[in-house]
Design a protein around this ligand. Sequence first.
Ligand SMILES: N[C@@H](CCC(=O)N[C@@H](CS)C(=O)NCC(=O)O)C(=O)O
Length: 195
Amino acid sequence: MQVYRVPFSTNVERVALAAGHKGVAIDWVDVADDDRSPLEAVSGQRLVPVLVADGEIVPDSPVILDWLEARFPDPALLPCDSARRAEVRIFCDWFNRVWKRAANAINDDGPTDALAAEMRTAVELFEGLLTGRDYLFGEFGLADVTAFPFLKYAVFGTQPGDTDTFHRVLVDFMPLADDSPLRGWVQRVDAHPRS
Ligand SMILES: N[C@@H](CCC(=O)N[C@@H](CS)C(=O)NCC(=O)O)C(=O)O
């Protein structure tokens, strides 16, 4: 199984964490951020991650996570109880379609008071989910894998060499209180294996 990646990619780290949890090895294909032609050649588009396995070409991290869960169900990333599984899926969909939109809009068009407030309110929601439990929905799973690569910036800041302005937005617009439960959660998820 191959997965195409570029350095510092949030969406790629989702796949690394999911595969690490399942003990699935990945043959990483490193693509230069400024020359994505190998990626375009294999997938017809320029975004990472892209998974290539069994003759299938799978772009888009949420789709890749589902692909991994379907083919390597044990250990699971989703709860087996239907209601709890639906809750996790709703969170991931909200994260990808609503939470990410505000952060991307700040990066693309600059901040507004409304977008900054949206990001602060979201931090309160994450903190609420972590009240009295170690992971967003209790056990480590898809919600943590989906959110961690983005929320970690609030705790770790950017790494040396990371010039992605989107990552800077994540640092600047998610100020955390010293006692925020996100701090412990970021450390806990960071300790999980990555493929
Ligand atoms: N919905 C896609 C988004 C992928 C995406 O935006 N990847 C970023 C790296 S984290 C990228 O390749 N950006 C390059 C660009 O926007 O030109 C996913 O979740 O995989």
